[in-house]
Design a protein around this ligand. Structure first.
Ligand code: ADP
Length: 237
């Protein structure tokens, strides 16, 4: 791996019970990259994220992670389920729980973790909601809280699975803006699965299309010029 590499996949195949879903992927995520993962339903986008997170071992090929990611410095925003939207805790508790992987066996959060949580709530504009119950928030506010939580874990890399599902267009734009800010101004690498092609063309440096017909990886302009990019864009419009 080179100095700036966070994750390197070589000839990677991923799947379940010996059946591959994704085959022979070569992918490099570097510090400060913004990668959008798009493609057909059921083509393996979430499966790839599971692989990148180390939750699913390769069927063949390899995934290498930078040493700092092995220490838990990845922020993950999973797809939301209805049950999670009903989570009975305050905003501050939800955000603080993002520090859990760094807490080790200690019982209490440290002062540094508490101030990190406060800082991230401030960054995401949810500080004034901190005493509120998470389940009473709007969908957009909940996603901001979960992003603040993910930032408590993330030093270098944020991994997001369809973060704007269920949000109204204004809340979705807001979330994309925040992600672009974190990426550009703070150098946070972003890997995001999305059905929405706007951030893929506007904010991302690279687009990975996973389709039933194969894999395409390139810049947004290259993707748009490719047959699979054009087809996918027309279908989305
Ligand atoms: P996408 O995120 O692109 O919609 P997924 O990665 O969720 O696609 O799924 C890709 C394929 O893997 C689908 O055919 C799905 O049924 C299968 N799959 C997903 N999760 C599992 C699992 N835990 N066990 C077995 N098969 C799975």
């Amino acid at each position: 791996m080179e100095h700036a590499d966070l994750i390197v996949c070589r000839d990677l195949s991923l799947g379940y019970e010996g059946q591959s879903v994704l085959t022979r992927l070569n992918l490099r995520v570097r510090s400060g990259d913004y990668l959008c993962v798009v493609g057909d339903n059921g083509s393996g986008k979430s499966t790839l994220l599971r692989g990148l997170l180390g939750l699913l071992p390769p069927l063949s090929g390899s995934i290498q992670r930078a040493a700092e990611l092995k220490e838990g410095a990845v922020g993950y925003l999973p797809q939301q389920t209805r049950a999670q939207r009903d989570f009975p805790a305050t905003v501050e508790e939800v955000v603080l729980s993002g520090c859990l992987s760094r807490k080790g066996l200690r019982f209490f959060y440290s002062a540094a973790q508490r101030s990190r949580a406060l800082m991230n709530m401030g960054k995401l504009g949810v500080l004034e909601l901190r005493g509120k119950s998470y389940r009473e928030l709007s969908g957009g506010q909940q996603q901001r809280v979960l992003l603040a939580r993910a930032l408590c874990a993330a030093e270098r890399l944020l991994i997001l699975d369809e973060p704007v599902t269920g949000l109204d267009p204004a809340a979705a734009q807001d979330l994309y803006k925040t992600l672009a800010y974190l990426n550009k101004k703070e150098g946070m690498a972003v890997v995001m699965v999305t059905h929405d092609l706007r951030p893929a063309f506007r904010d991302a440096g690279m687009v990975l299309h996973i389709g039933h017909g194969g894999i395409f990886l390139g810049s947004p302009a290259e993707y748009l010029a490719s047959p699979c990019g054009r087809r996918f864009k027309e279908a989305a419009e």
